[in-house]
Design a protein. Structure first.
Length: 221
């Protein structure tokens, strides 16, 4: 087996214990093995139990380098015991759009994108994130939003507005995020899912939710 001087694991909360055992065996005796994890992004249920046998650092990452001040403030209730500092001051407030049917949500999404483009926003900077796959979202039969193609985010070189599930997009970022399809009593609308989805936005975050849904109720779950 090939040995390495150092191995660095990101998104450590997603790894299973057996995966770590394999990785440890690949580090040289005097090598370095670093793991970065965030329990608030534990979307797949692995938790941090797999890390219990590793020595933990006393240092925490407390500077938010991705999000604007406004998005950082929006995310703070999810963190509870942690107060993150930020480097991108100001920015537009997080915007909420309420809907009572998939058709209404679809129209709101199109209207909002049209407004952004009319103000000079490039559609290449916009990503739509849903808790659900496209075929189970309000955009299930949509190939174009307004005049612009709707494409899978994996088609990175294709012109259009990108679409992804929240969980598939974890670890990535976009200048503008439309977080759609939020509603009560959904196993994929957990606080962790919403936190991960919202914090993918660097500059603009727009949330589309069922009229009976509220962020405060979700966080208190």
């Amino acid at each position: 087996m090939e040995k390495y001087d150092a191995i660095i694991v990101d998104e450590g909360q997603d790894f299973k214990e057996s995966w770590y055992l394999c990785l440890e065996e690949m580090v040289k005796k005097e090598g370095y093995f670093y793991i970065f994890a965030d329990r608030r992004q534990n979307l797949f249920g692995n938790g941090l139990d797999a890390l219990k046998d590793f020595q933990m650092s006393r240092h925490k990452l407390t500077i938010n380098l991705r999000n604007t001040e406004r998005i950082n403030e929006w995310a703070s209730p999810f963190l509870k015991d942690v107060r993150l500092r930020y480097r991108l001051y100001g920015g537009p407030s997080v915007e909420y759009h309420s809907w009572d049917s998939p058709e209404k949500e679809r129209k709101l999404i199109e209207k909002t994108i049209t407004q952004l483009v009319s103000q000079g926003m490039s559609i290449q900077r916009i990503t739509i994130l849903s808790p659900h796959r496209k075929e189970k979202s309000s955009l299930k039969d949509v190939k174009k939003i307004g005049a612009w193609p709707l494409v899978d985010f994996k088609e990175s070189n294709t012109y259009g507005i990108k679409f992804s599930t929240i969980r598939s997009y974890k670890g990535l970022e976009s200048d503008v995020i439309f977080l759609i399809g939020l509603k009560n009593d959904s196993p994929v609308c957990t606080p962790e899912d919403i936190y991960v989805g919202g914090t993918r936005a660097r500059f603009l975050l727009k949330i589309f939710h069922h009229k009976n849904w509220s962020l405060s109720d979700t966080i208190d779950e």
